[in-house]
Every structure is written in C-alpha cells, then in structure tokens.
Design a protein around this ligand. Structure first.
Ligand SMILES: NC(=O)C1=CN([C@@H]2O[C@H](COP(=O)(O)OP(=O)(O)OC[C@H]3O[C@@H](n4cnc5c(N)ncnc54)[C@H](OP(=O)(O)O)[C@@H]3O)[C@@H](O)[C@H]2O)C=CC1
Ligand SMILES: Cc1cn([C@H]2C[C@H](O)[C@@H](COP(=O)(O)OP(=O)(O)O[C@H]3O[C@@H](C)C(=O)[C@@H](O)[C@H]3O)O2)c(=O)[nH]c1=O
Ligand SMILES: [Mg+2]
Length: 294
C-alpha cells in the first residue's frame, strides 16, 4: 500500500508527487476524493490507511476566484477543514499547501512564516482562511507555503508564455512583481523528504513553513528566460515588453513581493530546493517537444 495519500491527481503538484514518489504515493483525484464530499474523503482515508496525507487539491484560478468566491472557499477553506478533521480523528498527519498570496507584498525583503499576513484577493484570503482552519483542526499539521509553481504538467506561467508566443511577436509582461519560481518536481521531492521526517513519531515542529525554488526573479525576466530556453530548443519565441503592473490590470491583485524566506524549513527539516532556473530548461524542453509533436 502507498504510504502517502495525495488529494488531487491532475494538478501540477499532484502529478509531480506521483512521478517522484512512485509506489509510495497514491493520488486521489476529485473522482475518488472530492474535497466537497466528506464521505468520499473519509472513505479514501480508510481505504488507503496512509501514514500521512498531502493536500495538493485546491481552487487555483486566481482571477476567476474574484467572481466565484463560494466555489473558491469551498475548495480552499471548507474542504481542507473537513480533511483536517478526518485526518485528526484518525491520527494521520497532514501537509497542506498554501501560497505567497497570503501576503500583501509590501515588505521589501523575503517573507518569513512569522510575518504578518494580509491577502489582496479572494484566492489569497481563501488560502489564508484554509491555513487557519487546518491549524485549528489538526494539531499534527504542516502548512507549506509555495510560490509561482511551474512544470510541464498542467497550466502555469511557462505554458502560458509559450502558448502566447505561438501567435504573437511581442508579449507585455509585468516587471515589478518579484517571486521565487518553484519547479513542481523539485517541490515534490522536497515535500516527500519532509513527509519522511514527520511520519516518524516524535516529530513535534508543526506549523507554517515556506518552500520555494532558490533564487528570485520578476515576471518579465522570467518570460525572457523562458524564450531564451525555447529558442535553444527550436520552440516559439516572442519579444518581451516589460511593463509595470498598473498597465496590466487583472481582476485579482497579486503581491508585488512574493519572495519567501525558507530558512526555517532548511533548519528544521534540512530541506532546500535547487535554483529555480535548473528546472526551467528541462520544463521548456519537454513542452516545446510536445508542441512540435502536436
Ligand atoms: N500554481 C501555483 O503557482 C501555486 C500553487 N500553490 C498551491 O499549491 C497547491 C497545488 O497547486 P497546483 O498543483 O499548481 O494546482 P493545479 O491548479 O495544477 O491543480 C489543482 C488540483 O486541485 C484538484 N481539485 C480541484 N477540485 C477538486 C475537488 N473538488 N476535490 C479534490 N481535488 C480537487 C485537482 O485534482 P483533480 O482534477 O485531479 O481531481 C488538481 O489536482 C495548491 O494548494 C495551490 O493553492 C501555491 C503557490 C503557487
Ligand atoms: C499572461 C500574462 C500575465 N502577466 C502577469 C499577470 C500576473 O500579475 C502575473 C502572473 O500571471 P499568472 O496568471 O500566470 O500567474 P498566477 O496564476 O497569478 O500565479 C499565481 O498562482 C497562484 C495559484 C499562486 O498561488 C501564486 O503563487 C502564483 O503562482 O503575470 C503579464 O504581465 N503578461 C501576460 O501576458
Ligand atoms: Mg494562473
């Protein structure tokens, strides 16, 4: 039997956990374990009897959340709270994923887990409320905040930039939003190392942690690096026009500073992710090959 049960199957992190964890991981998508279905969640826990649960399921459409806050909150607040209760009553530790969007981005240096939170959008507020609900419900829980996940799985900023370059010569991208891009496979490996640590009895450092790729960048520079890599693999390329966020209005506000300080995670778990750029070329290579084949 798989040691770890992952909620989510088709998402970026869920697919990366399945790939990196192999037989140790069972991913239950919404067909098996819907976050809105208490019975199904309980049945999945009782069927798989996992040593630990990782909740990689969430509502992640940041802009769309502004117009469907109920669904967003059902998946990011009520679902995780239910899951936390079901895990707690069974004595199963839970790792729940959260985001840089719990911060307002006004700090001028990377955010630590102890920094004050102030979400700017519905998605960010829902993830914060989900964190609080999980922490209040399951004593043996870890909240792991991540930022800017990219991969060849699912949709993300890298897939968006490559898709746009297929039809455009120039793409306007904001150059005043800073963050730590996180390669999903590297994140999955880091989370599995943490899972290993917390599933041994005696672990007691529960709470909030940050885990993202090493290094930092802004969205426009990230887009340029995506196209540099795409060029080297014979994929689509566009000119990046760097613009300020005020000239790129979106329904939801993102924090201008989304950089996370990971030193607690390194100290407590000995886990550190590699530089985000290491995962970028691999991701772009796979995606451009897929694009050429289709
Ligand atoms: N993407 C990003 O840039 C960032 C993401 N995060 C957080 O990391 C986590 C993983 O994100 P990511 O992998 O990118 O997400 P994706 O958007 O790629 O995937 C969403 C996941 O949610 C699952 N899901 C959707 N609805 C339900 C439901 N009703 N019941 C159960 N599962 C459901 C999907 O599972 P399926 O369809 O297989 O059933 C899918 O696996 C989330 O908590 C997210 O908030 C944090 C920071 C950055
Ligand atoms: C597509 C596009 C976006 N942008 C901007 C808009 C936005 O501010 C920024 C990122 O856009 P995206 O919509 O791709 O990324 P977004 O979905 O907002 O990414 C976020 O997802 C959630 C789930 C998280 O938790 C965050 O950590 C973060 O990764 O880039 C441009 O400037 N030009 C463009 O052509
Ligand atoms: Mg998005």
């Amino acid at each position: 039997m798989a040691r770890y049960l992952v909620i989510g199957k088709s998402g970026q992190l869920a697919q990366a956990l399945a790939q990196e964890g192999g037989a140790d991981v069972h991913c239950a998508g919404h067909a098996e374990a819907d976050l809105q279905d208490t019975k199904a969640l309980g049945a999945a826990l009782d069927r798989h009897l996992p040593k630990l649960v990782i909740n990689a399921g969430a509502y992640t459409a940041v802009d769309k959340a502004e117009t469907e806050p109920e669904l967003c909150r059902a998946l990011n607040v009520s679902g995780p709270e239910t899951l936390a209760r079901l895990c707690d009553t069974r004595g199963i530790p839970l790792i729940h994923l959260s985001t840089d969007c719990v911060f307002d981005g006004e700090k001028t240096s990377p955010y630590t887990p102890q920094d004050a939170v102030r979400p700017l959008c519905v998605y960010g507020q829902s993830k914060l409320d989900g964190e609080l609900a999980v922490r209040a419900t399951a004593a043996r829980s870890l909240i792991v905040r991540v930022s800017w996940i990219f991969s060849h799985y699912g949709s993300n900023f890298v897939t968006t930039m490559l898709r746009l370059a297929e039809t455009r010569k120039e793409v306007s991208v904001v150059n005043d939003q800073y963050g730590c891009p996180t390669h999903a496979p590297a994140l999955a490996r880091g989370l599995l190392q943490i899972a290993e640590r917390v599933s041994v009895s005696g672990h007691n450092a529960w709470g909030v942690y940050h885990l993202a790729g090493a290094g930092e960048t802004d969205r426009a520079t990230m887009a340029e690096l995506i196209y540099q890599s795409s060029l080297s693999h014979g994929g689509p390329v566009a000119q990046v026009r760097a613009i300020p966020t005020k000239d790129y209005p979106t329904p939801a506000c993102r924090p201008l500073n989304a950089r996370l300080d990971m030193s607690d995670t390194t100290r407590v778990f000995g886990v550190e992710l590699p530089d985000w750029e290491e995962g970028l070329d691999e991701t772009v290579q796979i995606l451009t090959e897929e694009m050429k084949a289709s």
